[in-house]
Design a protein around this ligand. Structure first.
Ligand code: C2E
Ligand code: MG
Ligand code: MG
Ligand code: MG
Length: 290
């Protein structure tokens, strides 16, 4: 196709460059305009208290409404944005938008919830991160305790001193901190001991095959006890079945997040979800799935 562009045209790609690489190049270029064209959207997935059935948190998950390709998931563009440095602008947009939405829901009189945002490795290289978050909270009016940041183990261990310093500053500001995808990294235990955290999110890999008597059951039970022993709350990720929910309730896991309760939904769908759990919890003590 480059041939057809004529002699004087700058050749965008070498002939040996494969379709996939070309595709990524085009997508990178599109991503440059995505923010300006308001093509990024935040979806939210509820975290539900396993004792009360109440929504206690909402995780913000970014999507890209691409004009030709449809709704793209973060896996399709976040790695790209990290390579090109576009992740900084995207992350700031995510943070600002999530805080703005949560402030608006609270102003509307909906039950207060935490909103959780995922931090990327590159944001954690930035010493200014706590100040950036502070400024965003002031601009949007959201109280700090209603914001949670999620970091993965991989991010935490890439530069532990810096990560600990940043998390400590966030804690002092009153922002909540969660360790995402717990159990998939390589130094889980030392991280728990050293890092100032409020919450652990048990990775979906452990939840997927969760059933009484399985090795996963033993592991998840141990993680919950360990977390509680360290004063942390526990969220199970990727809960898809009633059996998983029942087991997690029985071992005292605090909250669940997954398709069983809700897929990630658009911001417009959140007020109804918050109202619905409020109505449900005032009429029945335990959340009943049926
Ligand atoms: P994560 O933070 O671990 O988010 C959970 C992912 O699991 C989400 O995928 C969610 O849709 C999916 N999930 C939730 N419940 C279930 C379930 O019951 N079953 C299954 N099969 N999947 C479930 P999503 O939205 O595609 O996000 C993937 C990853 O992209 C996230 O993993 C997070 O690491 C990253 N990400 C998302 N939004 C952002 C963002 O704004 N900034 C950054 N830096 N990363 C983000
Ligand atoms: Mg997350
Ligand atoms: Mg996760
Ligand atoms: Mg994950």
């Amino acid at each position: 196709r480059a041939k057809q562009q004529g002699k004087n045209q700058f050749q965008l790609y070498a002939p040996e460059m494969n379709e996939a690489a070309l595709d990524q190049l085009v997508l990178t270029n599109d991503l440059h305009h995505a923010l300006r064209r308001h093509e990024l959207v935040l979806y939210y997935q509820p975290q539900v208290d396993l004792q009360t059935g109440q929504i206690v948190g909402l995780e913000a998950l970014v999507r890209w409404q691409h004009p030709e390709r449809g709704l793209l998931s973060p896996g399709q563009f976040i790695p790209l944005a990290e390579e090109t440095g576009q992740i900084h602008a995207i992350s700031q947009w995510v943070l600002h938008t999530a805080c703005t939405h949560n402030y608006a829901w609270q102003q509307a009189g909906l039950p207060p919830v935490r909103v959780a945002v995922n931090l990327s490795a590159q944001q954690f290289q930035n010493h200014d991160l706590p100040r950036l978050i502070q400024r965003t909270l002031l601009e949007t009016g959201l109280p700090p305790q209603h914001l949670e940041v999620e970091i993965t183990e991989t991010i935490a261990i890439a530069n532990p001193e810096k990560a600990i310093a940043i998390l400590q500053q966030l804690r002092q500001m009153g922002v909540q901190t969660a360790l995402d995808d717990f159990g998939t990294g390589y130094s889980s235990l030392s991280i728990l001991q050293q890092f100032p955290l409020h919450q652990l999110k048990i990775d979906r890999a452990f939840i997927r095959h969760l059933a009484p008597g399985t090795k996963e059951a033993a592991l998840v039970r141990a993680i919950v006890n360990l977390g509680h022993g360290l004063g942390l709350t526990l969220v199970a990720e990727g809960v898809e079945t009633v059996e998983q929910q029942t087991f997690l309730q029985a071992i005292g896991c605090n909250a669940m997040q997954g398709y069983l309760f809700s897929q990630p939904v658009s911001a417009a769908a959140i007020p109804d979800l918050l109202q619905a759990t409020l109505a449900r919890t005032s009429s029945t003590k335990a959340w009943n799935l049926n």
